[in-house]
Design a protein around this ligand. Structure first.
Ligand code: CUA
Length: 316
């Protein structure tokens, strides 16, 4: 069954969870059928060529006929049908979401995703996680601040390049709730393959309360370890690259951490988000994600690394 393992699951274009993905899935099956027809015709011709008696005088007419029908007519018809079908899909694929739809800006970084929502005129930034309401068109605005990345949620629709200096739009709708996986589909450097994100499609009320919670300032540390972690975070200069809203940390180089404790993963889909993974990441991010821009803090005493992890995990 390994052969069919890519046909379903949270990251399969063959298991569509929205209208855009549905029409792309249909295009895939039509193209598969079209190429199968051409392939079968070629095999039939090969068998015929092997079996037929070589008699140039007798077969001249039939050979000409085969070349015209099999070599010209059938491929032209099949390709013309597929092209027409594909082009007819295009307007719906590139149409923007209706005015007033939810807008989400996603910026490709090396190697993670900066995600920005707007709520009551205020920017809410998070990282490596996108949540959207079910059955509502969402307008994504894709950008990059460095190299070209490509934004792709196979279960929801087509991929789109993220090109520095441009804003690339793509509208997607999800027709069922659940967790899906998005990836970078353009080689963008050492950790290209370690750059994914989770998409959670939620019922509208759950989505609204999630966004409200994400828009809030960071929680106050709830225990001594976490409180010590917060001081260490400031002392070690973490705030020069990371923002934790409601605290002096306001750097923008690295991912926003205000609610990092509530995220599914760490390092853009690389680690499950728990205390030991946070410690590992703080100690040696470059060993988990080659060429990661974050410096390693493995020189800190283990107790300090643990306190930092406790502080970050508490930021829910
Ligand atoms: Cu970003 Cu590949």
């Amino acid at each position: 069954m390994g052969l069919f393992s890519g046909c379903s699951g949270p990251q399969s274009a063959l298991d569509p969870a929205g209208p855009q993905a549905q029409s792309l899935g249909a295009l895939f099956w039509w193209m598969t059928a079209g190429t199968a027809i051409i392939w079968l015709a070629m095999i039939a011709l090969t068998i015929y060529a092997i079996r037929v008696e070589p008699d140039p005088a007798k077969n001249a007419g039939r050979s000409r006929m085969l070349i015209v029908v099999g070599g010209t007519l059938i491929p032209t018809v099949v390709l013309a049908v597929l092209l027409t079908y594909g082009l007819a899909m295009l307007p719906a694929m590139v149409a923007p979401a209706p005015a007033g739809s939810l807008r989400i800006r996603v910026i490709g970084e090396q190697w993670w995703w900066r995600v920005q929502y707007e709520r009551e005129g205020r920017l809410v930034e998070l990282a490596n996680e996108i949540r959207i309401p079910v059955n509502e068109p969402v307008q994504f605005e894709l950008m990059s601040s460095n190299v070209i990345h490509a934004f792709w949620i196979p279960s929801l629709g087509g991929k789109r390049d993220m090109i520095p200096g441009r804003v690339i739009p793509i509208a997607l709708t999800a027709s069922r709730t659940g967790l899906f996986r998005g990836v970078c589909a353009e080689y963008c450097g050492a950790s290209h393959a370690l750059m994914s994100f989770i998409v959670e499609v939620m019922e509208k009320p759950a989505f609204e309360s999630w966004l409200e919670q994400q828009a809030a300032d960071a929680r106050i540390p709830s225990n001594d370890d976490a409180l010590r972690g917060q001081h260490l975070f400031v002392e070690n200069g973490c705030g020069a690259c990371h923002t934790v809203r409601g605290t002096p940390a306001s750097g923008t180089m690295g991912p926003e951490l205000t609610h990092v404790g509530s995220r599914f993963s760490l390092g853009a889909g690389v680690l499950t988000n728990d205390l030991s993974a946070l410690e590992k990441w703080i100690a040696s991010p470059d060993r988990i994600k080659p060429a990661a821009h974050m410096p390693a803090f493995g020189m800190l005493p283990p107790a300090d690394q643990r306190a930092l992890a406790a502080y970050l995990k508490g930021l829910e």
